[in-house]
Design a protein around this ligand. Sequence first.
Ligand code: ATP
Ligand code: MG
Length: 254
Amino acid sequence: MAELVIKNLHVNVDDNEILKGVNLAVNSGEVHAIMGPNGTGKSTLAYALMGHPKYEVTQGEATLDGTNLLDLAPNERSALGLFLAFQYPVAVPGVSVANFLRTALNAHRKVDDPEDKGISIPDFRKKLKEKLALLEMDESFAGRYLNDGFSGGEKKRIEILQMATLEPKFSILDETDSGLDIDALKIVSDGVNATRGKQQGILVITHYQRILNYIKPDFVHVMLHGRIAQSGGPELALQLEEEGYEWLREKYPA
Ligand SMILES: Nc1ncnc2c1ncn2[C@@H]1O[C@H](COP(=O)(O)OP(=O)(O)OP(=O)(O)O)[C@@H](O)[C@H]1O
Ligand SMILES: [Mg+2]
């Protein structure tokens, strides 16, 4: 039984067709990696799945557990259990990390139970403390404004803090590894793996094989010219590291 199913997905940005028929199925418990040269549509796929209004789906299907994602607003997709860790997280001055996470968590709880009064402050503090510890982050981050003045690596860690707190069913990690130092990469990967058992699937978008040593993929796909051009096992990532993309560009000219 496949959990995330993408069929013949075409996506336009400002009337330019970026995705030209993406097919992908991620079964329960699987981790899939998506690699591919700059500008081939990896983030476009992530945004389109999450419902970014600029990314217009012109054809195709995307379902999570059989529910059509494409009819839903981004917050409804989130409530359904879909999560996106951004390639470029945005700063939200005025909104603290703690407030942001508690509001998101409570919004999810309200979908499950409209009568829900929200997580109690002590319970939330306990949870946040535990997740900050998991990602080896200082507790002072909870009181800071979201991503405001955060270093590149801190922003990436905060994305995974969100994932660990919201405990989604399915996560898309868009270049979470870029900007992380060598130790942080291991800590963040351990954080992802700690939530892995609870997740049905994870899509890891990356340029480098290194993160895949920690978050082990079942399948690796290469996106080229808005399509998945090649799929394989973890060995495909190693081959790309050795040989680059030229052989694929020759095999699949634009
Ligand atoms: N408004 C726009 N008009 C024209 N092209 C656009 C627009 N927005 C995005 N694109 C193009 O869509 C393509 C896909 O971008 P996307 O961010 O999905 O690439 P990516 O595979 O994630 O690349 P990277 O590895 O660099 O993150 C790029 O060529 C980008 O320039
Ligand atoms: Mg990208």
